[in-house]
Design a protein around this ligand. Structure first.
Ligand code: ZN
Length: 425
């Protein structure tokens, strides 16, 4: 009898133990918190992934942010699959700058087990920004130099002006420099300059950059299009000359906008050194036929059918005239754009680019360093051009500046080269 009791007891123990083992024994919870959460800002989205391989009836999972005695619960609940973002306000929760851990505990009826630990660093302080150099005022189309210093953990820094971003590039002694401009869009949508800096943890600082914008009155140009001219334009893009006005509108608005977006993309990387020197060359022997800021109104049969704002200077010489690099730099683009036709774009450093449009051919290739005055191609009428000419543009991080400032060596010396070359302790 005693023997029977004992074996029943052992059997019961085995059954209960087996059930417990079945439910909890082979429970595994994989927790994944990506490396982007290694540095936590004042406010941080932590991406959390939980993957249990069994779904037990009981038990809880608790994930905490721990710094000394301070804890903050990131997750508490059933052990189930999760793939979620958790907004953690470290600063508001009272965490200090320094090391911390993300720790996960598995709570079962009979035990609490630490199953995950990740070392993190809390940084709640946004970068400090001190402005070393900036223009006091800018006329529309004028270039300006900005230099700033920030705290060493700065990861990304730029000058913001409405939709425009002018990247600040890292130079000597932890100084960041760039060239900005007051683009033509300011005439329609005014905006203010700000410096925006983000550190490695993701804290962002934004400071107002006081620069007065001086509006400028540009020319109004009326362009009368004959049927022949309109057909000539339309046949450059379409196979048949029907619906002339609709097709012209598509070329002048849609294709133009596509070019501008593409140009901004091309001009989004620049060398953090100045390659240009002295005045930029105006195509030798050429005469300007259109200027920066010209507001063009297109008429057909006495009716207004479109408008555009000219983002460079048109220089005419003779058919297939040689085109030279306006200054030293690196060719970053040779190819066909919709409005500008065959185009060369040269990077001169710190976000300053020159664009040569409506070309016949290229005599340089992408990646090549060129010298001021070096042959890069020949003029033509490719793209939206009626007569043979060079469209010459100066772009600051993709935004058109007035080339006349760049032809003026005296102006450049005082307002462009000197501030760009200035070194700060
Ligand atoms: Zn032009």
């Amino acid at each position: 009898m005693r023997r029977l009791l004992l074996s029943s007891f052992i059997l019961a123990l085995l059954v209960v133990g087996g059930a417990l083992w079945y439910f909890y024994g082979n429970l595994r919870v994989n927790i994944d918190i990506p490396p982007s959460a290694d540095k936590l800002a004042a406010e941080e989205n932590i991406h959390l992934q939980i993957k249990p391989n069994k779904r037990p009836p009981l038990g809880k999972l608790e994930i905490l942010l721990v710094q000394g005695n301070k804890t903050l619960t990131l997750y508490k609940g059933n052990i189930k699959c999760a793939d979620t973002d958790i907004l953690v306000k470290t600063k508001e929760a009272g965490f200090k700058n320094g090391e911390a851990q993300i720790v996960a505990y598995l709570e079962l009826p009979f035990k609490r087990e630490k199953i995950f630990q990740k070392e993190v660093y809390i940084d709640t302080v946004p970068p400090t920004i001190s402005v070393l150099e900036k223009p006091r005022r800018l006329v529309i189309g004028e270039p300006g130099v900005v230099a700033v210093k920030t705290s060493p953990d700065t990861a990304d820094i730029y000058v913001q002006l409405g939709e425009a971003k002018f990247k600040l590039l890292s130079t000597e002694n932890g100084t960041y420099k760039t060239v900005i401009t007051a683009p033509l869009f300011l005439l329609k949508s005014p905006a203010n300059y700000f410096i925006v800096a983000t550190d490695e943890a993701g804290n962002t600082a934004k400071v107002y950059l006081p620069i007065a914008i001086k509006p400028k009155k540009f020319r109004t140009v009326k362009i009368e299009l004959t049927k022949e001219k309109l057909e000539e334009i339309v046949l450059k893009y379409f196979s048949s000359p029907d619906n002339l006005v609709e097709k012209f509108t598509q070329i002048n608005t849609l294709f133009r906008a596509e070019d501008e977006e593409y140009i901004r993309e091309i001009c989004s990387n620049s060398e953090a050194r100045l390659m240009a020197e002295k005045a930029f060359l105006q195509l030798p022997g050429s005469a300007p036929t259109a200027f920066y800021g010209d507001h063009r109104y297109y008429y057909y049969n006495g009716k207004l059918i479109g408008e555009s704002v000219h983002k460079g200077i048109d220089l005419a010489k003779y058919r297939h005239a040689p085109v030279v690099a306006a200054n030293n730099g690196r060719v970053i683009f040779t190819g066909r754009l919709k409005i500008y036709g065959n185009t060369v774009i040269i990077d001169h450093g710190f976000g300053v680019f020159t664009l040569y449009g409506h070309l016949n051919d290229f005599t340089v290739s992408e990646g090549e360093y060129v010298k001021k005055g070096q042959l890069i191609g020949h003029t033509d009428t490719t793209g939206l051009a009626l007569g043979d000419h060079l469209h010459f543009g100066v772009l600051i991080w993709g935004y058109a500046a007035n080339p006349l400032f760049f032809f003026d060596g005296y102006y450049l010396h005082y307002y462009f080269y000197n501030p760009l070359k200035k070194t700060f302790p």
